[in-house]
Design a protein around this ligand. Structure first.
Ligand SMILES: [Zn+2]
Length: 288
């Protein structure tokens, strides 16, 4: 593919500059290498070319696997400050967790709302989560529209946005599903940060090849403004896993569980003192 075929997933500009070439997969043994560029107009970093089939990136993706009790307890401690605050959900609300992973958040949120739904892009994962959590989990985006259009109060996307290959199409769908006044909550890795500047493409928040694009709130404006989605809050949240995994990659060449666990206490302290690697963006749907 030639450079002229580049098109920014956020602003649509056709010019880019190279950022990282042939970035290896430091998390899973896929052996896949991909390139990243920066949009010359808005500055967003994205994978180029944008993959047409991301299936091979997710073979044996542990985020989807069932967790041990120890992992469950650790997750609860580490993720609660990062994920949408379930205590703020109300009994009369309808929730969609878009990219619900193994259903951890849905399971915590489902009792606090009138109805909770999930979305995962593969039929197999969607049915696994539906069975485990006991809520409806969609895998076909078209199927979401009929029952949920204009009805959803809260959409959550925890570490999902960076995996998307079609920002405008996905957000157009999500904006259609939201009620006027509804909330879209996205948690994303933040490249404008000393950790990424230090580790470069070995920063675990980069997670090539699964992470496709790294927008910030400004770069999302051309996608979200026409849909009536306005930024309501943009804040840093403490997520220590990224630094602990990055240190494992630095010292052992890839992500490994034991070094990750050894570096985790240091990363927890760092993330509490200087939480810059992860952002939580909240948007509210306005009438156009
Ligand atoms: Zn751009």
């Amino acid at each position: 593919m030639t450079e002229s075929a580049f098109r920014c997933l956020a602003c649509g500009d056709g010019h880019s500059v190279a950022v990282h070439k042939a970035v290896a997969d430091y998390f899973l043994p896929t052996g896949i290498r991909v390139d990243y560029v920066r949009c010359a107009a808005c500055g967003m970093v994205q994978q180029y070319p944008v993959p047409t089939d991301v299936g091979p990136f997710y073979a044996a993706y542990p985020v989807h696997a069932r967790k041990s009790l120890l992992q469950e307890v650790t997750r609860r401690i580490l993720l609660s400050p990062v994920y949408y605050d379930v205590a703020s959900l109300r009994r009369d609300q309808l929730l969609l967790d878009y990219g619900c992973g193994d259903g951890w958040f849905l399971d915590r949120a489902k009792r606090r709302v009138s109805a909770a739904y999930g979305y995962e892009p593969t039929a197999m994962q969607a049915s696994r989560v539906a069975e485990r959590v006991g809520v409806q989990v969609f895998h076909d985006v078209a199927a979401l529209r009929a029952p949920l259009a204009g009805r959803v109060d809260v959409i959550t996307m925890h570490f999902v946005l960076e995996h998307l290959t079609d920002l405008s199409g996905t957000f157009a769908l999500l904006a259609d599903l939201l009620k006027p006044g509804g909330t879209l909550h996205a948690v994303i890795p933040n490249l404008d940060n000393v950790e990424y500047r230090g580790f470069g493409s070995r920063w675990h928040g980069f997670d090539a090849p699964r992470h496709i694009c790294f927008p910030n709130a400004d770069q999302l404006k051309p996608v979200l403004d026409p849909l009536g989605l306005r930024l309501a809050s943009d804040r840093f949240v403490p997520f220590p896993n990224t630094l602990a995994a990055s240190l494992s990659i630095l010292f052992t060449g890839r992500y490994r569980l034991l070094p990750f666990l050894a570096f985790l206490p240091l990363a927890i302290v760092w993330a509490r003192l200087y939480p810059r690697g992860t952002r939580a963006l909240t948007f509210v749907k306005h009438e156009n």
